[in-house]
Every structure is written in structure tokens, then in C-alpha cells.
Design a protein around this ligand. Structure first.
Ligand SMILES: Cc1ncc(COP(=O)(O)O)c(C=O)c1O
Length: 392
């Protein structure tokens, strides 16, 4: 049965062109990019070309790109790599409460070691309170970290302003751009981020590959977190040429399609929101769309348990919060951080619009979502019986 996929923030299908680019490196071009022979050299050339494509998407130089296994590893490398093993308070790091768990869990690990871990404050729109951050940074601050685009509500953070504040205090700014890559224009040099993570599978590339951008001027402040053959100065391990080539191709396509896809996502989002609001009274949007990406729509559906809605739909895929939260009954940490109570947080669903989906699929998918949501909320159209709200 066809599934209408509205969960592209969790992961995406590999693009056919990406797969085609990868396959030769699993078959005849299987050389190790570190080998000096002919097959190795060809693999190395492909890896270098992929680095150039990643760099072009980020607005960086190819030499600033380190390939990793994904954004989780990139976040670990950037955030653990700036602390020495014996660093303790007053040495500190600043974390954003709405960030992905792959950042927040690192904060917890650092706190467990005795580093002073400080939390930023976010407003109801999900944006970081810059004045508060300025007050939390001091000369012992090593790094602050924030997601450029939030994975649950799509809020875009003012990275250049964050970087300016951090640099003033002598701290680095790490940016988790797993949800930003291919979705918003990124000029990492201009934004002045020091390190930045991306992930292949969020941009129609393969799972298990990502990259860390490292601003060359601060490279000396980072150390490796795992040790081995030193394929990259900061990250050891045989370079998986097929995955890296896939990431490069995905970045190349994402850059070429960025503006067109943003415009189309905005149209789809408007339709999705209209349909939800017409079908279910009381629908509210989380976050502030003026500071959000066009493809993410996070909404409270009053009276509907997001978990029940998502798990009971057999031909529509959408999310309650981030995919990593979906196994837990706890209300999403992102939604509670922007001020939602547990009831609203548990009545939230996230719709991620795929700019390439046919319009009819969106309408069909949203029809099914609205119909099931009305059932779950106890809306009875025929009799006009109402619980907990009346049908529109
Ligand atoms: C903002 C953010 N950071 C990091 C990750 C983890 O990425 P990866 O699956 O590449 O480790 C995700 C995935 O959901 C994410 O949304």
C-alpha cells in the first residue's frame, strides 16, 4: 500500500541520482581512498569531489570538511573535542534546551564529568534569548551550541548573532545544521560558525554518513574523540567512499534545488494548514512561522492524542515530535521548552512537507489525517454531538 510520507525531518528516501552515483563505489570502484594505487587514487578523487560538493552547499572550502557517520557523530566530535579530559568547572559549555538529543546528551555527559553546563533560554517562538545568552557567557566558556533549524518546530536560529556573542566571550559556536542543510541557504563563513554538523539521510542521501565543517582558524582547538589511522586529522576510520559520494551528490542536488523546493514547500504548507484548520476547530501552530522553515508544520490538534493519531494511520507517515522521542511517553522536550503544557504537547503532530510530492498526495494524506483526528477527538458530524469541540 502506498504511504504518503510527511516525515522528511526524520529521514528521507535516497534520491535515484544519489544511488546511481554510489553504486560504482560498491562494485568496481571499491578501492580504499587512502591506498596509493590506481583504485585508491580513483576513490580518493571521488571523495575529494564529494568534499567540494558538501563545501559548496555550506559556503565553505573543501578542506574544511571532515566526513563522519552522521550528525550525531559530528556533534560529538565538535562538542567533546573542545574539552580536555580534565576540564572541570568553572570551564563551561552552553546548550540550547530545544536542541536534538544528540546535543543535549553530550551536555549531560559533560556535566557528569564536572564541566559547568549552562542552558540557554528560548522564547515561545523557539528563538534563543540573546540577552540571556550574553549574560551566561564568560571567559571560561569553551563552546555554545544550537541547531540552526529546530527538528520539531522548524525554528531558524540567528546563527551570525550567536557567533558574534560567543566570539566576544572567546567561546566557539557549534551549529547543528542537520535540519538546515538543503532547506535554508547556508553561508557558514559569513555566519561565522566555528563547527557545523550535517547528515546525509536528511537530504535524500544515505544513512550512516555526515560531515563536520571546521573553521580552519579554530582547528587547533579541537581534538579527536576516537583514534586510529588518522584518515582525517580529526577523525579516523576507512573512508566509506560510496557513502561519501552519496552525501556529495545529495548536497549537489540540494543546492541546485534549494530555492525551488522552498517555494513549493511553502505552498504545500499553506494547503496543509488550511485543510487542518477547516477540518478541526482550534488547531494551533507551534513556533512562529516568521522565524521558521517553510517545510515544517507543527500543530496542536486539541483533543487528539498525537501518538494515537500517528500510530493508527496505515497509509500516512507523520510524527508526534522528533522520531527519537516517539518511543517515549514524555511530552516533547522541545514543546515544553517553548511553553506548551503536557496536554498540548501530547496533542501535537509534526508534518514535514516534501517539496517533490504531488499536490494530490498531500490532499489525500491530509484528508486521512483530518478524518482520523476527528474520530479520535470524538467529533460526530451526523448527529452534531460534540466532544470535546464541535465540527466545523
Ligand atoms: C537536529 C538534529 N541533529 C542531529 C540529528 C542526528 O542525525 P544523525 O541521524 O545523522 O546522527 C538529527 C536527527 O534527527 C537532528 O534532527
Amino acid at each position: 500500500m502506498k504511504v504518503i510520507y510527511l516525515d522528511g525531518c526524520a529521514t528521507t528516501r535516497v534520491d535515484d541520482e544519489v544511488l546511481d552515483a554510489m553504486l560504482p563505489f560498491l562494485r568496481e570502484e571499491y578501492g580504499n581512498p587512502s591506498s596509493p594505487h590506481v583504485l585508491g587514487k580513483r576513490a580518493r578523487r571521488a571523495v575529494d569531489e564529494a568534499a567540494a560538493s558538501v563545501a559548496a552547499l555550506l559556503g565553505a572550502d573543501p578542506g574544511d570538511v571532515v566526513f563522519t557517520s552522521g550528525a550525531t557523530e559530528s556533534n560529538n566530535l565538535a562538542l567533546l573535542g573542545v574539552f580536555g579530559h580534565d576540564d572541570r568547572a568553572p570551564v563551561n559549555g552552553l546548550f540550547c534546551p530545544t536542541d536534538h538529543k544528540s546535543s543535549l546528551a553530550i551536555g549531560r555527559a559533560l556535566a557528569g564529568r564536572g564541566v559547568d553546563v549552562r542552558m540557554m533560554r528560548v522564547g515561545p517562538d523557539g528563538r534563543i534569548d540573546l540577552e540571556h545568552l550574553a549574560g551566561r557567557l564568560d571567559l571560561h566558556s569553551r563552546v555554545a551550541t544550537a541547531a540552526w533549524v529546530n527538528s520539531e518546530i522548524g525554528t531558524v536560529q540567528p546563527v551570525a548573532e550567536l557567533a558574534a556573542l560567543c566570539h566576544e566571550a572567546g567561546a566557539l559556536l557549534h551549529v547543528d545544521a542537520a535540519q538546515a542543510a538543503g532547506r535554508i541557504p547556508m553561508r557558514v563563513r559569513e555566519a561565522a560558525a566555528d563547527t557545523l554538523s550535517i547528515s546525509g539521510h536528511k537530504i535524500r542521501g544515505p544513512k550512516g554518513v555526515g560531515a563536520l565543517y571546521v573553521r580552519p582558524e579554530i582547528r587547533h582547538r579541537l581534538r579527536p574523540v576516537m583514534f586510529g589511522g588518522g584518515q582525517y586529522e580529526l577523525r579516523s576510520g576507512t573512508i566509506p567512499a560510496h557513502l561519501v559520494v552519496g552525501l556529495g551528490k545529495a548536497c549537489e542536488l540540494a543546492l541546485a534545488r534549494l530555492e525551488a523546493e522552498r517555494a513549493r514547500a511553502a505552498e504545500l504548507r499553506a494547503t496543509a494548514l488550511d485543510m487542518l484548520q477547516a477540518g478541526l476547530p482550534g488547531v494551533r501552530v507551534n513556533g512562529d512561522p516568521r522565524h521558521g522553515v517553510p517545510h515544517v508544520l507543527s500543530v496542536v490538534l486539541p483533543g487528539v492524542r498525537g501518538e494515537s493519531l500517528v500510530s493508527s494511520l496505515s497509509s500516512v507517515a507523520l510524527a508526534t515530535g522528533s522520531a527519537c522521542n516517539s518511543g517515549s511517553q514524555e511530552p516533547s522536550h522541545v514543546l515544553t521548552a517553548i511553553g506548551l503544557d503536557a496536554e498540548d504537547a501530547n496533542s501535537t503532530v509534526r508534518i514535514c512537507l516534501d517539496a517533490r510530492m504531488p499536490f494530490e498526495d498531500l490532499v489525500l494524506g491530509l484528508d486521512l489525517v483530518v478524518e482520523r483526528a476527528r474520530d479520535l477527538a470524538g467529533v460526530v458530524v451526523a448527529t452534531g454531538a460534540q466532544a470535546p469541540f464541535s465540527p466545523s
